[in-house]
Write a protein that binds this ligand. Structure first.
Ligand code: SAH
Length: 213
């Protein structure tokens, strides 16, 4: 795995592009600059890694568009050391962005091939989520809850109630909900009975799949 000035230069341009598109959270921008996306795309696609585009990864899944990664991460309103759960590890890029911000990351992937490939990559890159679990993200991680934030990186047909339960009071769930195209929601747990629901435009993710494990 090699980084170099060419890729660093492209990363700087990408960060500027994402800033122009409205991302202001400095923790997110710094992490984008620090995290080589070309490590997370399939070999052969490295030259495309710093375009602001989603790209295919194995098993018919995708690595999200950098803007989308930045947008979802910004919606979490992170502070260092927080406890964050990600559903849908995929290539590991979003997880690496969270890790490089300095939060404690817990992440779940249900596809075994991706789980194995990304575990190996994390080992090579020294990216250390607190837990990287092979399993069904709909269930969350009850034993490690509550979380300051939960980020879902696949399109859900509905808001998983189990994930809401696993938020701290004041915590946020960022999740795309819908069918072929999804609306980005941020749900803030204001108390154990009260949730604030906000909408943030339309996106297109691969589906969050149900009932495997
Ligand atoms: N965050 C990823 C995006 C990957 S695409 C990245 O940065 O690359 C979405 C991922 O969600 C896929 O890897 C898919 O296998 C996974 N997924 C789909 N349904 C899931 C579920 N119920 N639980 C956990 N992961 C799921």
């Amino acid at each position: 795995m090699k980084d170099n000035y060419k890729f660093l230069g492209r990363r700087k341009d990408l960060v500027n592009e994402i800033k122009e598109k409205g991302i202001t959270d400095q923790l997110v921008l710094d992490s984008l600059l620090l995290t080589p996306r070309h490590y997370f795309v399939d070999s052969g696609l490295e030259e495309h890694a710093y375009l602001d585009k989603a790209l295919p990864i194995i098993e018919d899944q995708t690595i999200s568009q950098p803007f989308t990664v930045a947008f979802q991460t910004q919606l979490l309103c992170l502070e260092k050391k927080q406890k964050i759960l990600e559903i849908g590890t995929g290539s590991g890029y979003q997880c690496a962005i969270l890790y490089n911000i300095g939060v404690d990351v817990y992440t779940i992937e249900r596809n075994h091939k991706l789980f194995r490939k990304t575990s190996e990559l994390f080992g090579k890159l020294n990216i250390r989520p607190k837990i990287f679990k092979y399993g069904d993200g709909y269930k969350g991680l009850p034993d490690n809850s509550p979380f300051d934030g939960i980020i879902v990186t696949a399109g859900a047909s509905e808001i998983p109630q189990e994930l809401l339960k696993q938020l701290k009071v004041g915590g946020r769930l960022v999740i795309p909900v819908g069918g072929r195209s999804q609306t980005m929601y941020r749900i803030t747990k204001e108390s154990n009975e009260k949730y604030k629901k906000e909408k943030f435009g339309n996106f297109r993710f691969v589906p969050l799949l149900k009932n495997k494990n």
